[in-house]
Design a protein around this ligand. Structure first.
Ligand SMILES: [Zn+2]
Length: 201
């Protein structure tokens, strides 16, 4: 191994350990540069942690509250390898098909998470039929799952509500909440909203 490559790996390991010891704390470039032993390529090492190891290190490109040069790791769990291997097009296709909505809890990408309002909803891809049961990485077997459901933090809410229970909940909700549901449905189904006969298209 070349000396330079060895130094790079060492810096990456130090940065990985530092991120994992500082989950949820925003760090700036000066701090990370120092952690990497003042290696000029520290930013590339951080990108490697993200692209090669799957750590979801957030920057101002991901979060509006982060300034350029600030970094944040919120979860110690790296993204699974299959998700890193899937093409950008396939990922965009699955997320669009699922309406940028978690298929387990209904959280919407970029909005505050309903079960943890301190977090913005971030979507991952998950398997519909688990790989251990023969499921594939094909987009037809993938669905959008938010990071909260992905980490198993909202196990109790994973089941899809049946129609009867859902209607009861909506009828009992406040008018304001019912109007929010209506606005959301109109936004989700614009073609149906414009259909005066009211029949499904
Ligand atoms: Zn979810």
């Amino acid at each position: 191994m070349a000396v330079e490559e060895k130094a790079g790996r060492g810096a990456r390991a130090k940065l990985r350990a530092h991120f994992l010891a500082n989950i949820g704390r925003i760090m700036d470039a000066a701090e990370l540069r120092a952690v990497a032993g003042n290696q000029s390529e520290w930013a590339r090492r951080v990108r490697e942690l993200r692209s090669a190891e799957g750590y979801l290190i957030l920057t101002h490109n991901d979060r509006s509250e982060l300034k350029p040069g600030q970094y944040l790791l919120e979860s110690p769990k790296p993204q699974p390898a299959f998700e890193r291997a899937i093409s950008k097009e396939a990922r965009a296709y699955v997320l669009d098909r699922n309406g940028f909505t978690c298929q387990m809890c209904g959280a919407v990408a970029g909005e505050n998470h309903p079960h943890d309002t301190t977090r913005k909803t971030r979507l991952h891809l998950g398997h519909i039929i688990d790989k251990s049961l023969g499921g594939t990485d094909d987009p037809s077997n993938l669905r959008a799952i938010c990071s909260v459901c992905n980490e198993g933090a909202s196990n109790t809410t994973l089941t899809r509500p049946d129609l009867q229970k859902l209607l009861v909940q909506i009828r009992r909700a406040t008018t304001q909440d019912q109007l929010e549901v209506l606005a959301w449905l109109l936004k989700k189904f614009p073609k149906h909203a414009q259909n005066p006969s009211g029949r499904p298209i």
